[in-house]
Design a protein around this ligand. Structure first.
Ligand SMILES: *Cc1c(COP(=O)(O)O)cnc(C)c1O
Length: 390
């Protein structure tokens, strides 16, 4: 069990408002904030290089921390400045050409779809959408029908940005691996609220962000590239951290996942990100998942009672993302009404998940994403505020 009073004490912002946007940018707990601010202070005192050297052991330990969190080895972990940067670094390294196929799901994220389609135009590979089943998750039978030796990559979103769906990752990975395709898992909306372990899910690559459910600082991301995928990838965006300039015309690239990192980064944010992962591990991922599930189910149950409100979450297994529409009110207008009553929610629109939203005839949905630090009473309060509109 998570001690609600203690985690709320660590999250001063949670007392002043009903904060339901951990899927957007969560409230970092005090240890994360302290880590970032104290490092910025130290940089101002003695300079960024010396300040980083003072924390060299902690920075190195960060790879172990994320390896533990994500079921990987330390040399399979890389840090970046966003989930998209992680995703792009890996996607860019997958060799793709004419005759190849990339499979995406119906809940593919806009930030992945755009680079896939952009590169497809130049490289001439084909992009094929895997249908969803009647419950809204990726249809593994349909996927199996699409898989052959042309498929080089399956881009799988674990939990989409626009709803409570959780996709069946293991089943997809198993099918994809049977034809030798790589599986790139977008765990941006799952890391920090659900177990996301490379060893258990058996995916090749995982990208995720710091600022969402993990409660890290903005401008942070993580990438896991498993050893088994290493030799099949061709990292292209490299710098003097990714490799060594061994002779006037010779270089040697790193062989671990850090080949995907660039030399420069915000050390303060990196330390904050590591603190966020430690905080989550200390609470326990399974405990976090249970609390988030309970809050989300309470919220869905409350919303379902309201006339004119339709909960829009798909899938069998559900994440902490709760989406709904209110008859006669645009999603953005609902969000503003909520904001006027100190309820922080957001709205998700067609452009973020175009295939799914088009298929369901939705322009936008209101998105509420309660983390474990939101009290059950606050969840009920959010339902009351929606009720005023409905
Ligand atoms: C937010 C989000 C991203 C992008 O994360 P950034 O850190 O903003 O790059 C990717 N995929 C999904 C599903 C998301 O919700």
């Amino acid at each position: 069990m998570i001690d609600l009073a203690a985690v709320r004490e660590d999250t001063p912002g949670a007392a002043e408002r009903v904060f339901l946007d951990s899927a957007g940018s969560s409230l970092p707990p005090r240890p994360v904030l302290d880590e970032v601010i104290s490092h910025l202070r130290r940089e101002a005192e003695i300079g960024g290089y010396v300040a980083a050297r003072e924390r060299a052991d902690d920075l190195a330990a960060g790879y172990e921390v994320f390896a533990r969190l994500m079921g990987a080895e330390a040399d399979e972990v890389a840090f970046t400045d966003s989930a998209t940067r992680s995703w792009l670094a890996a996607f860019d390294a997958v060799p793709l050409g004419r005759g190849d196929r990339v499979l995406v799901t119906e809940v593919e994220y806009g930030g992945n779809a755009i680079p896939i389609l952009h590169r497809a135009r130049e490289a001439g590979f084909e992009v094929v959408t895997i249908p969803s089943d009647s419950r809204g998750q990726v249809d593994v039978d349909a996927l199996t029908g699409l898989l052959d030796e042309r498929v080089k990559l399956v881009s799988l979103v674990h939990a989409p940005t626009n709803g409570g769906l959780v996709n069946p990752v293991r089943e997809v990975a198993k099918a994809a691996h049977d034809v030798g395709a790589l599986v790139l898992l977008d765990a941006c909306q799952s890391l920090g609220q659900l177990p996301v372990r490379a060893d258990e899910l058996d995916v090749d690559i995982i990208s995720a962000t710091g600022r969402k459910w993990l409660r890290g600082p903005r401008g942070t991301g993580v990438l896991v590239v498993r050893r088994s995928a290493r030799d099949r990838l061709r990292p292209r965006l490299v710098d003097l951290h990714s490799g060594e300039w061994t002779g006037p015309d010779e270089i040697e690239l790193r062989t671990d996942a850090r080949v995907y990192e660039l030399w420069e980064c915000s050390i303060a944010d990196r330390l904050g990100l590591i603190a966020a992962a430690r905080y989550a591990l200390d609470l326990g991922i399974d405990e976090i998942a249970a609390e988030v599930r309970a809050r989300a189910e309470r919220l869905r149950a409350g919303l379902r009672e309201l006339p004119g409100v339709e909960v829009r979450d798909l899938g069998v297994e559900r994440s902490g993302i709760v989406t709904f529409t209110v008859e006669g009110h645009e999603a953005g207008a609902v969000r503003e009404h909520l904001a006027r009553h100190d309820v922080v929610a957001t709205s998700s629109h067609l452009s973020s998940t175009r295939i799914d939203m088009t298929r369901r005839g939705l322009e936008g949905v209101v998105r509420m994403s309660p983390h474990y630090f939101v009290s059950p009473e606050q969840v009920d309060r959010a339902v009351e505020v929606v009720a005023e509109l409905a």
